[in-house]
Design a protein around this ligand. Structure first.
Ligand SMILES: O=c1[nH]cnc2c1ncn2[C@@H]1O[C@H](CO)[C@@H](O)[C@H]1O
Length: 345
């Protein structure tokens, strides 16, 4: 239900009409896949033509040639995407909101990304993300304290902007600890390697941290073991067994070539039941970055669609706290103990 999709880059840079259409058709695709609500994430700066100019194009520009595309501002990118998503929602009924990505290797964009989150809140920007290569320095706890992103995420928290951080996709478990403790992450993008540190994993469970799992993507990037490695289990199986809060996402569909239904198919082949998928969808909704009233509507919509399940938000649910409770009638409990990748695939 909740998808952390990424808008693809370069081919659209500089062309507002194409970006609008791409966003619109993205919603159409989600509606066809019966998605009720999705959160789209991307870095608007990466869609700027200046970010995507080839050296020869830059030269042309320096020589004084008119490059209309280069005149586009980051606000124009966001405006085009938001218009397309809104038109798609109106046409197809799938609600789409935006998370804006800071990119670890592009710190110079991060403050402006925060500005956009604030300024476009009313038009559907619901959160901020930290993406990019976890790489260098991820082992050291002091490293990120000097990062621009650290200050940006502190400010985001103070301003009540929802926060998610890519961590433990490839980096060690300490990355999740840093994401939660230092960056105030409410959700973790991927998070697979958190399982390497039981203490950190337990903390995440206690603090009701939500994991945005992207099954196909994790396999394609090689960040989890290949399907043919004996005795290896995808972390999502452990998350499911432990009833950790997680959602099922497709990551970048231009890269994975998957829709949500393809992700479901893969998970079913590993032993996921309808109860597991349902559970994940309710968790996705409960941890969505929608304002409380809209979140309640989404949960009501899911309850209607699924029939008999009763989830409720805690009475004190605030825009910055993702904590959740379930009402006295819980959903069917997933009760499968999963096997290895090999047994299931
Ligand atoms: O799974 C991921 N892990 C880390 N970074 C990612 C992932 N998917 C996309 N991006 C990065 O997020 C930015 C905005 O889309 C891009 O820089 C992209 O490379």
């Amino acid at each position: 239900m909740l998808l952390s999709f990424y808008l693809p880059h370069t081919p659209y840079s500089g062309d507002a009409a194409l970006m609008e259409r791409m966003a619109y058709e993205f919603v159409e695709d989600q509606a066809r896949d019966c998605v009720a609500y999705c959160e789209v994430r991307f870095s608007p700066q990466q869609l700027l033509p200046s970010h995507n100019l080839t050296p020869s194009e830059e030269e042309t520009d320096l020589n004084g040639s008119v490059n209309r595309a280069k005149e586009m501002a980051v606000d124009d990118v966001l405006d085009a995407v938001l218009k397309g998503l809104a038109r798609g929602e109106q046409q197809f009924g799938t609600k789409a909101r935006v998370i804006l990505c800071c990119v670890r290797q592009q710190s110079e964009w991060s403050w402006d990304t925060l500005r956009l989150c604030e300024e476009y809140k009313e038009r559907g920007v619901v959160g901020i993300d930290l993406s990019g290569d976890e790489g260098l320095g991820s082992e050291s706890e002091s490293f990120t304290k000097s990062d621009v992103e650290f200050a940006v995420f502190q400010a985001a928290k103070e301003k009540g902007i929802h926060r998610t951080v890519h961590a433990c996709e490839e980096g060690p478990a300490i990355c999740v600890k840093k994401a939660v403790e230092m960056f105030g992450a409410e959700r973790i993008g991927h998070g697979y390697r958190v399982l390497e540190d039981e203490e950190i994993y337990k903390r995440c469970q206690q603090e009701n941290i939500h994991f945005e799992v992207c099954p196909h993507s994790s396999y394609l990037t090689g960040d989890v073991q290949s399907l043919t490695t004996p005795s290896k289990r995808h972390p999502i199986l452990r998350f499911a067994e432990d009833e950790v809060s997680f959602s099922i996402n497709s990551d970048d569909p231009t890269f994975t070539h998957t829709r949500l239904s393809d992700e479901y198919k893969l998970l079913r082949s590993w032993g996921f039941t309808e109860a597991h998928l349902t559970h994940a969808n309710f968790q996705a909704a409960l941890h969505s970055f929608l304002p409380p009233e809209e979140k309640k509507q989404l949960i009501d919509q899911l309850q209607q669609a699924y029939g008999c399940i009763h989830y409720s938000l805690p009475p004190s649910s605030s825009s910055t706290s993702p904590s959740v409770t379930r009402s006295s009638t819980p959903p069917p409990k997933p009760s499968v103990t999963f096997g290895t990748w090999d047994e299931r695939s």
